[in-house]
Design a binder for this molecule. Structure first.
Ligand SMILES: Cc1cc2nc3c(=O)[nH]c(=O)nc-3n(C[C@H](O)[C@H](O)[C@H](O)COP(=O)(O)OP(=O)(O)OC[C@H]3O[C@@H](n4cnc5c(N)ncnc54)[C@H](O)[C@@H]3O)c2cc1C
Length: 335
């Protein structure tokens, strides 16, 4: 059976590692290890890893009737298709965000942020989820201890940061940030961003740079491929099959999963989609929540299978998760 995987990110490589004969198409031969982007900002480390696609080409369209993917290098027929084309930062929810915030979608964006932050005297981060907190962590690492020097403000809509983690982890993270000199504005909704000003329901705040960590959406191309979409994500059934087309599955951040769009869930969805494609099973996707760890200035904290973790255990689990991804990439490169 000819299975074609579109996109060799977390979901795509996990799918390919299950079925070596699948044809992996990606426009790039570099894999962006997004959890490493904060190290790019803090230390200038690379977050790109060589990953060999079977066909390096840009997907342009899909002809579902004739079962062909149309790319800039020609047409590729399929029997079953896994769509795993990734995401974009969602800058549409707040007026002015598109024009005034720093974008972090690529390695180049991270290098640019590193340069900008070095020159800045103040930074506002909007969004107290994993990305917002880790971005503050890497900024602190880059600038040295901030107290009394540059000003970092975190604006969070909810009453506590890291709301998907147990309350004790949120409170510990808030304590660490406050001790490091970060100003926390909780329960504060951003209404608009105008130039260097952030207008909220609690007043207006300004900074040299503004970073928005308020969520992601599907990539632009998803709306033009012919799928039913929600926020640019293809709508899928519980078994990850497309609601629109037979023999087509969605995986990773470009699919409307009922679960958080993190790397671990994306990888599990890639494996689930290809297993259902191979066997014809309609088994529902229910990911196992493994580790979710954030780093703030060398403090590691998070959850593992629902249990709060801190310190060296958390650090080990974070590095294990990254090693697992690199191991899969190496296997794909050598196959
Ligand atoms: C800054 C940042 C930090 C993050 N940190 C973490 C973290 O610490 N932990 C965590 O769990 N999650 C993290 N995430 C989320 C994580 O990166 C995503 O959940 C994950 O990348 C989704 O995997 P994916 O396979 O769906 O998409 P991706 O990994 O983005 O893969 C999509 C692939 O599709 C390819 N592609 C796209 N369009 C085309 C096209 N038209 N033709 C051909 N190929 C195409 C791309 O080149 C790419 O290789 C972070 C995200 C960001 C933005």
């Amino acid at each position: 059976m000819r299975i074609v995987i579109l996109g060799g990110g977390f979901a795509g490589i996990a799918a390919k590692s299950v079925y070596k004969d699948a044809i992996l198409i990606d426009k790039d031969d570099k894999f962006l290890l997004t959890p490493r982007l904060v190290d790019t900002i803090a230390k200038g480390d690379s977050a790109l890893f060589y990953r060999k696609p079977d066909i390096q080409a840009e997907v342009l369209k899909i002809n579902f009737r004739e079962k062909k993917v149309i790319t800039n290098k020609g047409e590729i027929p399929y029997d079953k298709l896994i769509v795993a084309l990734g995401y974009k930062q969602d800058l549409t929810k707040i007026k002015g965000a598109k024009d005034h915030v720093m974008k972090l979608e690529s390695f180049e964006d991270a290098l640019k942020i590193r340069e900008e932050i070095r020159k800045a005297k103040s930074l506002i981060v909007i969004g107290g989820g994993d990305l917002g907190i880790e971005l503050i962590g890497s900024t602190i690492e880059l600038l040295g201890k901030i107290k009394g020097k540059e000003k970092i403000t975190l604006i969070n809509r909810g009453k506590r940061i890291l709301p998907h983690m147990p309350e004790e982890i949120s409170l510990t993270a808030e304590k660490i940030l406050t001790e490091l000199g970060v100003e926390l504005l909780l329960d504060t909704s951003v209404e608009e961003i105008k130039g260097k000003q952030v207008i909220t329901n609690q007043g207006t705040f300004s900074a040299d740079h503004i970073f928005y960590a308020g969520g992601i959406r599907g990539p632009d191309i998803l709306n033009s491929l012919g799928f039913t979409t929600e926020n640019y994500k293809m709508v899928v059934n519980d078994d990850l099959s497309s609601v629109d087309y037979k023999d087509v599955y969605g995986a990773g951040a470009c699919a409307s999963l009922k679960y958080p769009s993190n790397a671990e869930v994306s990888m599990q969805s890639g494996v689930h989609a290809i297993n259902n494609a191979l066997t014809g099973s309609e088994e529902k996707f229910k990911p196992k929540q493994l580790a979710d760890v954030v780093e703030i200035d060398n403090n590691f904290l998070g959850i593992f299978m629902g249990i709060p973790i801190r310190g060296s255990v958390a650090r080990l689990l974070k590095s294990f998760a990254l090693t697992r991804v690199l191991y899969k990439i190496n296997r794909i490169n050598s196959s």
